[in-house]
Design a protein around this ligand. Structure first.
Ligand code: GLC
Length: 562
């Protein structure tokens, strides 16, 4: 085994979007008490680590990714006492808690920004990026959620513009100022001293910027990340953060790293560099997108050979150093089964369980997003009225102004929108799916009435949920599935993803069909001579004889090779 053993490599992560998980107060919004109520359920899934999306005080322009007080809890979600109770209850169950660290920007309602905008010589002025209007219009910068796509916002009191790569209510912090870094490090100590077990770091490569704000170069093609994120001091800051904070605790870190290319990967996670433990690369998340347009679906379909290549190439990067993270979705992307599988009634069960098999048999820490364990699907809202996400709403306005066909946009959002992944958790078949007594902040998917809910799946032996639990136990009982070498088979096959995992004398064969048709193929006798089936999501006997296999649509099989 090349990598050292660590809890966050062997653990299985469950991501909670607190707004949508469980409401206990009857206001249609999930809360911390709701999470506490469901801890036994989560523990029972076999989960080890919970990543909790932001619960800090926030005016909710971007559902908590706009923080107005890093040391307080959002009122809708509860109190600090609730949070402490959550942490205590989690630790009693041997569950770790990873918080979201959103430090590229704050809310414009954060005290620092309120001060910063007051005058040009305010002590907090240099906490944010300002451009004095007398220098003219600032060099072009793109903003994700701005209604005009412009990252500079003119602010009247000081006759200056401030920078916001996300919404106008999310001004970017100026990490170049050592005081800002110290404030952030102090805040991180505050949470670690409470006992939290790690951070997922929001858009972390964006923190370092060229503060001369140069004009965009000629070769700028709409993909701004290489030009004005991932700045010159990024690794200096991450190393400093590690030295000042991270290294002092037994915790885990995972960066969200849009735009980070393969050849930069080890700069973040090579243990010797003392920066982060893991990160989420964006290559898979971009596979079904239109070039650099991360929120537009591509016109043709993605190919399984492309999917396999991404995973195989990234596996090589972490072969000896660093560690990967395996995920198929999160709160920013559509539901995994709708996107990478097939959520039509005939294929939904097999494809949801096949995707579970994939994440739980690959090398790298697996991350599941709440509701994936029961196979939750995209809601595909038809009307703009139903959408709640600032990303969809503001782009709708922007495109309306540009005269773009809005039907096309809605068709796109039905597949791509972040709200697809944010609908309330489906606990049972009752009115609001057991999520809330009141009208939920975002509509519940009607398929909770058709078996897509926890209560019914718990009772049914062959449910997506029960398959998930069995597959989790298989990973836990076979260390080779965590640390073993990965080897791709059938590289060019467009229906089947097949690979082996091996560690010392333990060897496994994983066969996954990504096809809605029956697939036949052959594997070498040296691999198939002694196969013991550990699990399959289909009764079809895949192994025929002398290396011949036949897989039903979306069938998955894991064998131990003896
Ligand atoms: C990250 C978050 C996303 C948020 C954005 C701005 O990409 O995952 O939800 O909107 O950063 O904080």
């Amino acid at each position: 085994m090349k990598q050292s053993r660590t809890w966050w490599k062997e653990g299985i992560v469950y991501q909670i979007y607190p707004r949508s998980f469980q409401d206990t107060t009857g206001n249609g919004v999930g809360d911390i008490k709701g999470i506490i109520k469901r801890l036994d359920y989560i523990k029972n899934l076999g989960i080890d680590i919970i990543w909790l999306c932001p619960v800090y005080k926030s005016p909710n322009d971007d559902n908590g990714y706009d923080i107005s007080d890093y040391r307080d809890i959002m009122e809708e979600f509860g109190t600090m006492a609730d949070f402490e109770e959550l942490l205590e209850q989690m630790h009693l169950r041997d569950l770790k808690l990873v918080m979201d660290l959103v430090v590229n920007h704050t809310s414009d309602e954060h005290h620092w920004f309120q001060e910063s905008r007051k005058s040009r010589n305010n002590p907090y002025r240099d906490y944010y990026h300002w451009w004095p209007a007398e220098k003219g219009t600032p060099p072009e910068r793109f903003s994700y959620f701005d209604i005009d796509g412009n990252a500079w916002k003119y602010d009247e009191p000081t006759d200056s513009y401030y920078l916001h790569y996300f919404s106008v209510k999310q001004p970017d912090l100026k990490w170049e100022n050592p005081k800002v870094r110290q404030e952030i490090y102090d805040m991180m100590h505050f949470w670690f001293k409470k006992g939290v077990d790690g951070f997922r770091m929001d858009v972390i490569p964006f923190i370092s910027k060229d503060t001369d704000y140069p004009e965009l170069p000629e070769k700028y093609d709409g993909n701004f990340i290489p030009f004005y994120a991932d700045g010159p001091k990024l690794h200096e800051y991450l190393h400093e953060m590690n030295r000042e904070v991270l290294s002092k605790y037994d915790i885990m870190t995972v960066g969200e790293t849009p735009g980070v290319a393969r050849d930069q990967a080890l700069l973040f996670v090579d243990e010797e560099r003392e920066e982060l433990n893991m990160f989420f690369h964006f290559e898979l998340m971009s596979l079904d997108r239109d070039g650099d347009e991360v929120f537009w679906m591509r016109k043709d379909s993605w190919k399984l050979t492309e999917f396999k290549k991404i995973h195989s190439d990234w596996d090589k990067i972490f072969a000896d150093k660093g560690w990967g993270s395996m995920f198929l979705g999160n709160h920013d992307f559509p539901r995994a089964v709708s996107r990478w599988g097939n959520d039509s009634p005939e294929h939904w069960y097999n494809s949801a369980t096949m995707l579970h098999t994939f994440l739980l048999t690959m090398k790298g820490t697996p991350y599941f997003y709440y509701g994936d364990e029961i196979g939750m699907t995209n809601i595909r809202f038809d009307s703009i009225e139903d959408y709640q996400d600032i990303n969809t709403l503001n782009r709708y306005e922007l495109l309306k102004d540009k005269g773009v066909d809005l039907d096309d946009f809605i068709a796109n959002e039905k597949e791509a929108s972040r709200d697809n992944a944010r609908t309330p958790m489906q606990w049972d078949s009752s009115k609001n799916a057991g999520f809330s007594e009141a009208r939920p902040w975002l509509k519940v998917n009607k398929n909770h009435k058709k078996g897509l809910n926890v209560a019914e799946q718990e009772k049914k032996k062959d449910s997506v949920l029960n398959y998930f639990k069995r597959m989790v136990q298989i990973r836990k009982n076979h260390l080779g599935l965590v640390y073993g070498n990965y080897e791709l088979l059938l590289e060019d096959n467009e229906q089947i993803y097949a690979y082996t995992r091996s560690m010392d004398n333990d060897k496994y064969l994983v066969l996954l069909s990504f096809s809605e048709d029956m697939a036949t193929f052959q594997l070498k006798n040296s691999i198939t001579s002694n196969l013991n089936l550990l699990i399959s999501n289909d009764t079809n006997q895949a192994f025929k004889n002398s290396g011949d296999f036949e897989l039903n649509p979306y069938q998955a099989c894991v064998y131990k090779i003896s």
